[in-house]
Write a protein that binds this ligand. Structure first.
Ligand SMILES: Nc1ncnc2c1ncn2[C@@H]1O[C@H](COP(=O)(O)OP(=O)(O)O)[C@@H](O)[C@H]1O
Ligand SMILES: [Mg+2]
Length: 257
């Protein structure tokens, strides 16, 4: 049964803990993590390397099991991988022997989805800025273009939620800025809910409605910061006093300075 305003909560994470068993002993990667994300929100999670960001994303995607706690996606208790989620990793996972368009079709083949999804491919290719690149092979594309293919693949089955794990971490600074704008445009046009992980504080503040700041291991949410900057976000917002204040606050929470 739904309670309160849970109808608009797309993700509900409650008291999530993750312990990895390793030959050198148990690793407590996440401890008592709770937060929720509303439909259509753009949430960024920042934290230092090793604080459990990827673990959190992998548990939410159902790729690895939680140790305790619970996750609900659209009110349904998460049990294992589920198709309502699209994921983009730091390094594009593309088959080198398949063209762009054939790579994009791959999730549809794996999920055995029908015609309706194939018909939407040209629209999606245009949306992510890949028109004209359909018949190229991955090695013929720049890193930024490869990540556009990854975003397209993550959206192809029309998921409710897009999870992104440092997707622009391997790109040069200018391409990273460009992809930030592109992602905001795609978000605006698709109205997807996005959970975006980064260790780049400026990137998080620039993109997010809210930034969740994680403490070092074991990962906990130290604080949630609402980013009260107008949309659409513009380069000029980076020059505003408020922008640098958010960055300073987050750096302090991360134990810097
Ligand atoms: N499969 C695993 N087995 C044991 N420890 C792991 C495993 N995966 C990650 N860890 C540990 O859990 C912690 C969090 O890792 P991770 O979620 O990858 O952090 P982040 O993405 O923030 O850099 C790290 O200390 C890491 O070494
Ligand atoms: Mg990581």
């Amino acid at each position: 049964m739904k309670t309160g305003n849970s109808a608009e909560e797309l993700i509900e994470v409650k008291n999530l803990t993750k312990v990895y068993q390793s030959p050198r002993g148990d690793v407590l990667a996440l401890e008592d993590v709770s937060f929720s994300v509303k439909k259509g929100e753009f949430i960024c999670i920042v934290g230092r390397s090793g604080c459990g960001k990827s673990t959190l994303l992998n548990v939410i995607s159902g790729l690895i099991p939680e140790t305790s706690g619970e996750i609900r996606i659209a009110g349904k208790l998460l049990k294992g991988p589920q198709p309502n989620i699209g994921i983009v990793f730091q390094f594009p996972v593309l088959f080198p022997w398949r063209t762009v368009i054939k790579n994009i079709m791959l999730p549809l083949e794996v999920l055995k989805l029908g015609k309706k999804y194939y018909e939407k491919i040209p629209e999606l290719v245009k949306l992510v800025g890949l028109s004209g690149f359909e018949n190229k092979y991955p090695h013929e594309l720049s890193g930024g273009m490869q990540q556009r293919v990854s975003i397209c693949m993550a959206l192809i089955h029309d998921p409710l939620l897009l999870l992104m794990d440092e997707p622009f971490g391997a790109l040069d600074a200018l391409t990273r800025y460009e992809m930030n704008f592109e992602l905001l445009r795609i978000w605006h046009e698709t109205k997807k809910t996005i959970l975006f992980i980064t260790h780049n504080v400026e990137e998080a503040v620039f993109l997010a409605d809210r930034v969740l700041v994680m403490t070092p291991r074991p990962g906990k949410i130290a604080k949630e910061i609402v980013i009260d900057l107008p949309r659409p976000r513009r380069l000029e917002h980076r020059e505003e006093k408020k922008f640098s204040e958010y960055i300073l606050d987050i750096h302090k929470l991360l134990g810097l300075g």
